[in-house]
Design a protein around this ligand. Structure first.
Ligand code: IMP
Length: 428
């Protein structure tokens, strides 16, 4: 049995797409266990950038199985667009792409409610894809799963009940009769499109594990956006943490062999919420431009800042991370000075552990350690010893601060631009 979870350790956008693409070669199955089309993986395929929101990036390898499990919320229209793009690229997905029958679906009213809540309540800066409202229905036990969608009478009954339940919120924004009509008009096309993909994915995974297949679970978003362990309420509505695999894919905890944390060499975040090391100066602008820090899903400029070891220590603990990949180190190569946040300070008290209080998260100031810039080329370097000495020191210092080892370092956009610091690890 060989299973690996690849997850984000910051606020998402750590470069998981590239890492999963890199490791997919060794995997038989690639599994998405939470989130929805709020995510966006930019991949380089045949030298061209390519964005996938829902379908695991492993789909680009012809012989791999790709699963979307019960913990994911699926917007069928958006999924269909992705499948159509893949078809245009001649990427065949029949008999190797499956969606859990227990995955909940996102319907147009979820997106409308997402927008209404953003404009009315605490602004989270969501992607407005209907993610939170779809998960809310799941928790309220009124959600509609793919298996329900396939039974037209069950679906129509649930749709009716859902619309009645939501009248108060929706009535000023849309004509509910029209909305229902449009949803039903799409029904035949979407149900026929999705039917061949629906399966018992938990069973498929169990069978694959018993057959000694290699399984890679990929998170969307990151630990600091986790519903329980992130910067609540500025989080997404699912659990990207390692524990999310068990409930989100129907896999027991003893079936998980390894966790690889993906960690950017600096920090970014999109949307609202606390960000202690955020930079508002030209260094922040430099990281944004050099790192191409614009959202793959919404195009929004990402907020940029220095590396924050407080949040990573938190991620290392809640996910039990022993191994990390450091990404985008090359994007820091021209900086004269580099800072690392080692703790937070609030009202004269030092915090080394990530505080749960939203007041402290908002007002804490970073305690920095300063290092000289790398003073040399990082992009394209192929082994650790060839990195500039200061870049090597930076990596070693990060390891000391976070208590886990950096075994891979990404130094460019291309799949091959990864340094294997520890060549002895068999990821899968
Ligand atoms: P939602 O997931 O659309 O509800 O958005 C909730 C929060 O998560 C917002 O701050 C979003 O910007 C953030 N978010 C959602 N998906 C991603 C992602 O893939 N990368 C980075 N941030 C994300």
């Amino acid at each position: 049995m060989s299973t690996l979870i690849v997850l984000g350790t910051q606020w998402g956008d750590e470069g998981k797409g590239k890492v999963v693409h890199y490791l997919s070669k060794q995997a038989d199955y690639i599994v998405r266990y939470q989130g929805g089309n709020n995510a966006g993986h930019t991949l380089i395929f045949e030298d061209k950038p390519f964005v996938l929101h829902l379908i695991p990036s492993g789909i680009l390898f012809p012989e791999k199985y790709c699963l979307i499990t019960n913990g994911v919320v699926v917007d069928l229209k958006s999924l269909k667009r992705e499948v159509d793009v893949l078809a245009k690229k001649k990427i065949v997905i029949k008999n190797r792409f499956f969606i859990s029958e227990q995955a909940h679906i996102i319907l147009p009213y979820h997106k409308i409610i997402d927008g209404i809540l953003e404009d009315r309540n605490i602004k989270i800066g969501t992607t407005r894809k209907g993610i939170g409202p779809a998960y809310a229905d799941k928790v309220k036990r009124i959600g509609i799963r793919t298996v329900d969608y396939l039974e037209r009478d069950v679906f129509e009954d649930l749709l009716e009940k859902n619309l009645i339940e939501k009248v108060a919120v929706l009535k000023d924004k849309v004509d509910i009769t029209d909305l229902k009509k449009k949803i039903l008009e799409d029904y035949n096309e979407l149900s026929e499109f999705v039917r061949p993909f629906i399966a018992n994915t938990s069973f498929m995974i169990e069978r694959a594990i018993s057959d000694n297949k290699r399984i890679l679970f990929e998170s969307a978003q990151g630990t600091l956006l986790d519903l329980d362990f992130g910067t609540y309420p500025f989080v997404t509505s699912s659990n990207p943490i390692a524990g999310g695999v068990c409930s989100g894919a129907g896999v027991g905890p003893t079936r998980i062999n390894n966790v690889l944390g993906v960690m950017k060499a600096y920090t970014t975040r999109v949307g609202e919420g606390p960000f202690t090391t955020e930079l508002f100066d030209e260094v922040g602008d430099y990281l944004r431009e050099r790192g191409g820090e614009y959202g793959a899903t919404t195009g929004r400029p990402r907020r940029c800042g220095w590396f924050d070891s407080v949040i990573i220590r938190h991620s290392v603990r809640v996910n039990d991370i022993k191994h990390l990949i450091l990404t985008k180190l090359d994007c820091m190569e021209d900086l004269d000075k580099i800072k690392i946040c080692v703790a937070y300070k609030y009202k004269n008290k030092i915090y080394k552990e990530f505080p749960a209080s939203r007041t402290i998260q908002k007002y804490a100031k970073p305690v920095y350690e300063e290092m000289p810039g790398f003073n040399g080329k990082v992009k394209g370097v192929i082994n650790f010893e060839s990195l500039p000495t200061n870049a090597q020191r930076y990596i070693k210092r990060l390891e000391e601060l976070i208590g886990a080892s950096i075994d891979l370092v990404s130094v460019g956009r291309k799949r091959e631009e990864i340094i294997e610091v520890n060549k002895d690890i068999n990821w899968l």
